[in-house]
Unconditional design. Structure first.
Length: 285
């Protein structure tokens, strides 16, 4: 007598319906604001005032909206891209080097020092801002990008170290032992073995740091005062108020669309590594 396999709890019809409804609601909450933003960037101020959900668009409004938006945010957006890229790049590589040292090198007090380093993650960054602001002022770094980069690279090392070390320790020891037998030094092992296996996790950290710095509002607003150096987020609020007073709400939405382009590009360039399963490549040798 053949017995029918029982459905798992997650396979039952009621659970499937609940999961499907939950996913649909989550997608709507995620995509409706995006849809409204893109749609209204293609409409005039009068059309937006009439109905933000209307699909009527205007060719003239599109040209005006994106032209006005680009003129207002092009410089601060480029500044934000530069600041975010440099900070994310050095944070990623220095964190990777530190993680290699803490995962593959044996020295006295390694685990203790690692735990001390990780304690930084327990301290909210906003709590350190008064002290950092005082240090930056005394070091004559105010109104320079170094005032942003140094805290980002220094404070971000804890998160990067924790993330990378967790990944590095799962890579097979036999690979590194074989490389050492063949005469490879630490630099060769790091560049030719560790980094290629860790590209997905490196990209994950880079994208996270880049996005956080690109969207940062508070710290750049505190340390940067020169108009030509200001980054995007501290500037964008004043631009929104300006465009609102000029009855150019379509340009406001266009400004948001343009601002999202760098984040969309970085996400697309790295997405293939996660979709292809390369994220776990270091554990499948």
């Amino acid at each position: 007598m053949t017995r029918h396999a029982k459905l798992k709890q997650s396979d039952k019809l009621g659970v499937q319906i609940f999961v499907t409804i939950w996913v649909i609601i989550s997608i709507l909450f995620s995509f409706v604001p995006l849809y409204v933003t893109v749609l209204n960037s293609l409409k005039s101020h009068a059309q937006i005032a009439a109905n933000i959900f209307s699909i009527k668009i205007s060719a003239a409004a599109i040209t005006e909206n994106f032209s006005v938006a680009f003129q207002n945010i092009s410089r601060p957006m480029l500044n934000s891209i530069l600041v975010a890229f440099v900070g994310a790049f050095f944070n990623m590589w220095l964190g990777a080097v530190m993680a290699y040292v803490f995962s593959r090198k044996k020295f006295f007090g390694r685990e203790f020092l690692f735990k001390i380093y990780i304690i930084i993650l327990l301290v909210p960054s906003v709590m350190g801002m008064p002290v950092l602001l005082d240090l930056v002022t005394k070091a004559n770094l105010m109104n320079s990008y170094f005032a942003i980069w140094l805290p980002v690279i220094g404070g971000g090392q804890a998160g990067a170290l924790f993330l990378f070390r967790t990944f590095f320790v799962q890579q097979p020891d036999s690979v590194f032992e074989s490389a050492k037998i063949d005469g490879a030094n630490d630099a060769n092992i790091f560049i030719r073995i560790v980094v290629p296996l860790a590209i997905p996790i490196l990209l994950l950290n880079f994208i996270g740091t880049f996005s956080a710095q690109y969207n940062d509002y508070l710290w750049p607003g505190l340390v940067l005062s020169t108009a030509s150096l200001k980054t995007l987020m501290p500037v964008i609020q004043s631009k929104v108020d300006l465009l609102e007073s000029m009855q150019l709400r379509g340009a406001q939405y266009a400004m948001y669309v343009i601002c999202s382009v760098p984040l969309v590009i970085t996400s697309i360039l790295s997405l293939k590594h996660f979709q292809s399963g390369d994220f776990a490549s270091g554990m499948k040798l």
